[in-house]
Design a binder for this molecule. Structure first.
Ligand SMILES: CC(C)(COP(=O)(O)OP(=O)(O)OC[C@H]1O[C@@H](n2cnc3c(N)ncnc32)[C@H](O)[C@@H]1OP(=O)(O)O)[C@@H](O)C(=O)NCCC(=O)NCCS
Length: 152
């Protein structure tokens, strides 16, 4: 089983790194209660599953953002992207999505898929995602909209 900190099959730019067990005691809150029901402990646990990666963006000593992705044979699926509301970093979510696009290119994947919360569909559209299938209701997160971005 992966311990979540073994070398990934892609390079990470400066400022980004894989989550480590020591991160689980650090503070991270987005302000969205659906997302904040998960802690860095959960993110670390997910990072130990095969093909799952949790990447942190650090800024001024804080964890400014976190993204959890799963690498499938022909696409990358983004499970969660989240920004720490107490960080002073700007453009965090955008940086994390661009990071995944860079990773997809390194791995030769041309599609990024995700299920958006009702509150983030417009944000993902701004970043070049489009709606892929009708929204559906999820007991935990409310309405989720399948979206995708095809990389040029
Ligand atoms: C969604 C989220 C990751 C966005 O991160 P962020 O760092 O605030 O976003 P950015 O600063 O990169 O956004 C870029 C632009 O989109 C806008 N934007 C941010 N959130 C938005 C939203 N929910 N809807 C529409 N536009 C949004 C920003 O105002 C900014 O606009 P500008 O370029 O005109 O200044 C962050 O708000 C968050 O963590 N939300 C809670 C968790 C969540 O919902 N995650 C997504 C589903 S898993």
């Amino acid at each position: 089983m992966s311990l979540g900190s073994s070398k990934p099959p892609f390079n990470l730019p400066e400022g980004f790194r894989l989550i480590e067990v020591t991160d689980t005691s650090r503070q991270f809150q987005t302000g969205d209660s659906r997302i904040d029901s998960y802690t860095l402990n959960d993110y670390f646990r997910w990072s130990t599953f095969p093909h799952n990666y949790v990447i942190l963006y650090e800024w001024e000593g804080d964890i400014a953002g976190v993204i959890h992705m799963i690498v499938y044979s022909d696409y990358i699926f983004i499970e969660i992207v989240a920004r720490n509301r107490s960080s002073r970093a700007t453009g965090v979510g955008t940086k994390l999505i661009s990071l995944i696009e860079g990773i997809a290119r390194q791995l030769g994947k041309s599609r990024i898929l995700l299920h958006s919360l009702d509150t983030t569909v417009e944000w993902y559209k701004k970043l070049g995602f489009r709606i892929r299938a009708p929204p559906r209701r999820n007991t935990e997160f409310g309405i989720l909209t399948p979206m995708e971005k095809i990389l040029e």
